[in-house]
Design a protein around this ligand. Structure first.
Ligand code: PHE
Length: 439
């Protein structure tokens, strides 16, 4: 069996990891979740969580991966032979996330092609399109296959190369679009709503806190084994602490930028901010339809969302494929094919749950929402709790600090604080989110 290989540079690793973090969570979910949760207050809570819990958990995952040097399950096992299951949650959850991620990725591709060939879709188009049977499945499969092909090319020649091109392009274009939408008349109100915390009105603070925590875990790709896997391709001399900060900061900046693109634009035309998941598919095209050059802007936006989705989906595929390669002793190509097979098998019913299978309900949710709920609100938080316990208690902070400081060669002053967060604060907070999600 061939080695998986390593990142060719520190920059490449950061681009790939930030690419994993920046995804549909930032561009599709963040603007509507922030809008539904009071705007400025949500942002404030989100940033506090990202720094206080996001950075430490991310650091713990990178440390496990670099120490173990293998996929998520076997890296956890390298720390304690009985603890492979902590990484196992991530592998299962990656398949689940991929199955609904590819449905949304397929929608994004369709909307991009529609902007190019016919023009901006009408606000009603999304509901009509997503309920079709065959076409969304074809686009969804196309999305999954494109991502799979990148992963087949390997770590440095596939994932790293693609991320090094795609992520900077995404950052530059998104900044350009933001400058454009911020100059729309009436945008200021939206900027104020999004950036300035103010009284919440009838939204309960507990709901804002729960939503911010859930969003933070999803957006930073935490508890999923993805960052363990990416950490396993790091050379021993890499610096984990600055990497963790950089990834969190870039991811948060992009979420804020996405909010600054969409919320003021929606405000400036007095449209409904409560559109929920349909925001980018129905409200945004309606906003763009009233702007000069809106069709091009629409095409660019969908292209950017597509890019963000690809760089995240490849990290999820890699998390699963690296496990299959090691355990089943199969080639990278075969491992990716098996992964995609599982993803399509689950993803097709998820897509159909907007149409022919819309009557199927599991615990009051359609299939798509159920898979997303099981992944985001149950398996991912459980995985994250076990990762905290594994590092904080089983490995112990002395050993973890040894890894993080590269065997004492780098200064690492945060050992006590990191221990307190991994042992107490993070598991408590995650438990609250999980339990809260069931209420
Ligand atoms: N962080 C990605 C996003 O924001 C989603 C993701 C979750 C990717 C978990 C990998 C692992 O869309």
């Amino acid at each position: 069996m061939k080695e998986n290989g390593k990142w060719s540079s520190g920059f490449g690793f950061i681009m790939a990891s930030a690419g994993s973090a920046i995804g549909l969570g930032n561009l599709w979910k963040f603007p509507y979740v922030a809008s539904a949760n009071g705007g400025g207050v949500f942002l404030l809570v989100y940033v506090i969580f990202a720094l206080a819990i996001g950075v430490p958990v991310l650091l713990a995952e990178l440390a496990i991966g670099r120490y173990g040097g293998k996929n998520a399950v076997d890296s956890c096992k390298a720390i304690h032979p009985a603890w492979g299951f902590a990484g196992g949650f991530g592998i299962i959850c990656s398949v689940l996330i991929l199955s609904f991620y590819s449905v949304v990725g397929g929608w994004v591709m369709k909307f991009f092609s529609k902007c190019i060939t016919e023009g901006l879709p009408s606000p009603e188009y999304f509901g009509e399109y997503s309920s079709r049977t065959a076409e969304p499945i074809l686009w969804q499969t196309a999305f999954a296959v494109i991502c799979g092909l990148i992963v087949v090319m390997g770590i440095s020649a596939g994932i790293e190369k693609a991320s090094k091109i795609l992520l900077p392009a995404l950052l530059i274009f998104l900044a350009g679009v933001m400058i454009y939408t911020l100059t729309l008349p009436g945008a200021e109100e939206g900027v104020k709503f999004f950036l300035v915390p103010k009284a919440l009105g009838e939204i309960p603070l507990s709901k804002v806190i729960l939503s911010a925590m859930g969003q933070m875990f999803f957006s930073l790709s935490l508890g999923m084994g993805t960052l363990i896997t990416y950490g396993s391709y790091l050379p021993k001399s890499s610096r984990l602490v600055p990497s963790a900060y950089t990834i969190v900061i870039i991811d948060t900046l992009i979420a804020v930028t996405a909010g600054l693109v969409m919320i003021p634009a929606v405000f400036s035309f007095g449209m409904d901010l409560k559109a929920g998941p349909g925001m980018i598919f129905s409200t945004l095209p309606a906003v763009f339809a009233r702007i000069k050059g809106g069709r091009i802007l629409g095409a660019i936006m969908f292209l950017l969302i597509f890019i963000a989705a690809v760089t995240s989906a490849i990290s999820l595929i890699e998390a699963v494929a690296s496990f299959l390669i090691y355990r089943l002793k199969i080639s990278r190509k075969a491992a990716v094919a098996v992964t995609l097979g599982m993803v399509i098998l689950l993803g097709v019913p998820a897509s159909l749950s907007f149409g022919v299978l819309s009557d199927v309900s599991i615990w009051g949710m359609n299939i798509f929402d159920f898979i997303a709920f099981a992944a985001d609100n149950v398996i991912m938080p459980l995985g994250a709790i076990f990762i905290c316990i594994l590092v904080g208690r089983i490995w112990g902070m002395k050993n973890a600090a040894e890894e993080i400081s590269n065997g004492g060669r780098l200064k690492f002053k945060g050992r006590k604080l990191l221990g307190a967060i991994l042992n107490y604060a993070a598991p408590a907070v995650i438990l609250i989110v999980t339990v809260g999600a069931f209420r």
